[in-house]
Design a protein around this ligand. Sequence first.
Ligand SMILES: *Cc1c(COP(=O)(O)O)cnc(C)c1O
Length: 497
Amino acid sequence: MNFISTRGNEKVTGAQAVVRGIAGDGGLFVPEFFPAVTEDEIAELCAMDYAERAAFLLAKYFDEYDYDGLLSACREAYAKFEGEDPAPLLKMDNGMYMLELFHGPTCAFKDIALTVLPHLLKKGCELTGVKENILILTATSGDTGKAALEGFRDREGVKICVFYPEEGVSKMQRLQMVTTDGDNVNVVAVRGNFDDCQTAVKKIMNSAEKREELKGKGYLLSSANSINIGRLLPQVVYYFSAYCDLLSSEQIKMGQKVDFAVPTGNFGNILAGYYAKRMGLPVGTLLCASNKNCVLTDFFKNGSYNIKRPFFRTMSPSMDILVSSNLERLVFELAGRDAELTASRMHALSETGKYSVRAEELKEMRENFYAGCTSEADTVECIYDFFMDYGYPMDTHTGVAMSVARRYEAMREDDKDAEKRPLIVISTASPYKFPQDVLYALTGNDVKDSYKGVKRIHLLTAMKVPEVLKEIRYKPPRFKTVVPTDKIYDEVLKFLS
Ligand SMILES: *Cc1c(COP(=O)(O)O)cnc(C)c1O
């Protein structure tokens, strides 16, 4: 299978797409077509464990990778998760389910892909004959950073440098990042918000001059952000896996449609669901849930993407994003894969801060997605209500999805013609990763100390505290550098010297 750029005629292999991260024309790599998964194959997947499901689906895209290598990489990756199943599906009530994706090494769903990406990259370097070391630059709103650091630390031939907004991550997220072990890692705080970080990193990635300079030092640039197709495709797996789990437990029949509610920031998580649908998974509606930064909700409402608006810091920091990178991949599909049109829209976005899609594209968006956003107060209330009703504590990002899910369900109940469909809410982080905000939602109490929050949530909910969060409590921070956005590249050079 080849991969093409959303902005031009560039065509590369899967290995090249993963190694380069972003196309030379600034576009994102997408598969040349969506490989079909038949009902028979879905039935086959049901008999497999998660790692086998992952290898089976990844092999459809990465067909030049050897299958046994993919399978052993997936086994190794998902063995790092706590518990038997890396993506357990919990039945709540009334056709509603939680898909828990936070049992990995850093307690957020980013682990699902970032535990597999190092293999895709290493093998990709072999397949493409890359001799240089790989330098991974990552902008993070909190969870990607730690997951990428854990995925790549102490991997031979790789260095990784993570940039996070100084004021834009939770205390626990920061602690996780700055205590990372390994000689090949670096973590830098940036004065600015996530969009500033992401834009500055993308600028380096897109600069031929800087790439050359780094090449002279023996490094090839790549990305662990979800602009890398190697981040996106492993996420397709949990949509199929959840569907199989519903089939296996006879909650649905083959072919029956299922809805998913997805807390969204950079549009990677939900785009993977759209890819799953295009591959043939019976997906009904994908609920695109946003926090107060409702740029995506407005886009799905009126077809105009406009980032000229205030940026809010919320208690779901991993979704505090205005420039949602992966939306480019959806817009490319909507435009009938017209790369020229996509390029001109993305150009307009960076020049004027906005672009619009045509009426028929908007119609197609509405056929596949339902978008909604929530206020901080709604999210808090939803977390509290859900705990009172089901005894289930959820994190603040999942709370956003649940809040939108409830609104959607109420809307469908009012609509007599709407068929009843199971709804799977994607639970993206452990509540212990955002202990202060979760404790506030559950009790109305504020605590200053993260671990006091952890302890109280534990006493209240009896939910197990992840070992990895206990371990870092007294670990001294290794990284303390704070820089303005225009000094990011200097930090990269310092790190390499
Ligand atoms: C990254 C993240 C999201 C949003 O995922 P995108 O792929 O950026 O849309 C939601 N919840 C949590 C906890 C995250 O870390």
